[in-house]
Each structure stands twice: as C-alpha cells, then as structure tokens.
Ligand binder design. Sequence first.
Ligand code: AN0
Ligand code: CP
Length: 313
Amino acid sequence: MNHFCKTTDIPDLADWLKLGRRLREEPELLGLLGRGKTLCLLFFNNSLRTRLSTQKASQLLGMEVMVMNFGSEGWSLEYRDGTIMDGGPAEHIREAAPVVAQYADIIGIRAFAKLTDREADYAEEVLQGFVQHAGVPVLNMESATAHPLQALADALTIEQFRKSKRPRVVLSWAPHPRALPQAVPNSFVEMMRALPVDLTITHPEGYELAPEFTGGLVPEYDQEKALREADFVYVKNWSSYSDYGAILSQDPDWMMTGSKLGNARFMHCLPVRRNVVVADGVLDGDRSLVLQQAANRTIAAQLALAHLIQSNF
Ligand code: AN0
Ligand code: CP
C-alpha cells in the first residue's frame, strides 16, 4: 500500500479489523513503529475528529506530527500544468508538494469537494496532486470523493457492535441546510460492499451516488420500507451527484427519529445538526453509536499509518 486514498487501498480488510480489535485493548501495541518518522497534516478545510484522532494515532505510534491549516494559512495553490500564474494562486503543486515532503515522511491531506465542477472534484485534483508530486505516502483525511478513515472507523464500529454474522445496514439520506459532499456516503457504501453485511441505501430521487461506489446497487426510495428490520442505520446528508452539488430536497420527513430507528443502532460520522438531520432523542438515547465511531477514528488512523510505515519504509 503506497498511499491510503480510498477504502479499496486496504489490501486485507479482515486483517486490519483484527488488528483494530487488538489496538482497542492495547492502544500502544505499535508504540515503536513510527519512531523517527514525521507526519505532516495539511487541512484545506475545517475538522475536529480527523485532526485530533490522527494526531493522537501518530503519537500512539511514536511519530512526530506537524499540523497546518493550509486553507487559511498556506499559499493558494495552482494544480493545472502550463498555466500562466497571473491570477489568484501564488504557488504550484509541483513545488509545494515536494517541499512538504522535505519535512515529512507521510503527508495527510483534507481537501473537500468544491461541488461546482463534478469532473474536477472526481479527478481529485488536490489529493492526487500530492500523490503525484510529493514522492512520499499520502493519507486521505477526506478528499473530494472519499473519506476512507471514516469508513474504516465505521467498519470497526459495526464489527464491534454487531449481534449477527450478517447485519442489515441502511444508509439513510437526511436533510441539511447546506450542500455537502458525497465523500462520506461514497466511502461508507464502498466499505459496506467489502463486508459481510446486507446494505440498503435510501434517499429521495435525484440523490443516487456514483455507480463506481455503489456498484450499481439500486436504492430503495421508500425510507420506511428500507428501515424495516435494520440493525444499523447510518444517517448522512449529501448533495446531488447527477445534478452536481444541488440541494434537491429539504423535506423534514427524512430526518431520523426514535420511532423510525426502532431497535436499530444509530450511526453518523459527525458533525451533525440536531433536529435537522436527527432528533435529539436519538443522539441522546442509548441506541446511538456516534461517540464510539469517533473513538474508532483513532484506531482507523493507527491502522492506516502503521500500514503506510510498514509498506514504505
Ligand atoms: C463534511 C461532509 O459532509 O463531508 C464533513 C463530514 C466528516 N460535513 C460538513 O461539512 C458538515
Ligand atoms: N467525521 C469527521 O471527519 O469529522 P471532522 O470533520 O470533525 O474531522
């Protein structure tokens, strides 16, 4: 594994989940692995969980870590080749990426979808710019189309709390006042397809995710029908992929409530808007796994970093 950009970069998911269970019992199990290695985290967008859990994970592996809010404090970057740089961007990725690599053994990147140009977002300009030009391993901390650290934490959480060999998992769209990327649902669906679960996706028409992630799985447009007999309900808003970046519905009937959830466990990657995406009672009730998901983010980052170290140094 040269880089950790998408869930399918994980060479053996069962092995990773097994090691994840051991790390939950013994967080410092790999405490010497990262000694002498430096991780540099570049944030082009806001973060709470990813920033702190990835720092925590690198400390548990014995690494040094540097963090930069690149979006607000770095030079704005140009990614296209052959451009006459007389506009906004002050620096080209061809210099910026190898410069960061002078100071760091692994580079973490958070760079969300801009949601204006689907082709540009799905080409992963920023993440792939670093992959191509840094010459060191790159860790995806949520890119335009993928959030594999979150999906790995979600897999660890389902593995931790499942009561049957093949749980029924539902991904349920929820309303939101702002247009959000498809990265979280894309990676969640991709990850669920690699696990022994029965997956149903439910959302209003027009919110179909890219087939490269769903593998052609047909959505159930009737939320009530989709939620029947669910063991895990993963709630998330995303904007339209076909009408790229558009908000097609704000129907409050899609919000998750206690009565819709029934006996299922509730999951959300956070941050979440209370009483828009999900009712207070669900988040405050004992069916919610959101804090356990956040705890598993540290383990997910330890797994990804440990494997990047093992396979590259
Ligand atoms: C982001 C998103 O939906 O991709 C980050 C989630 C981890 N969420 C918001 O911007 C609210
Ligand atoms: N779930 C997640 O990635 O949270 P942050 O955006 O706070 O990092």
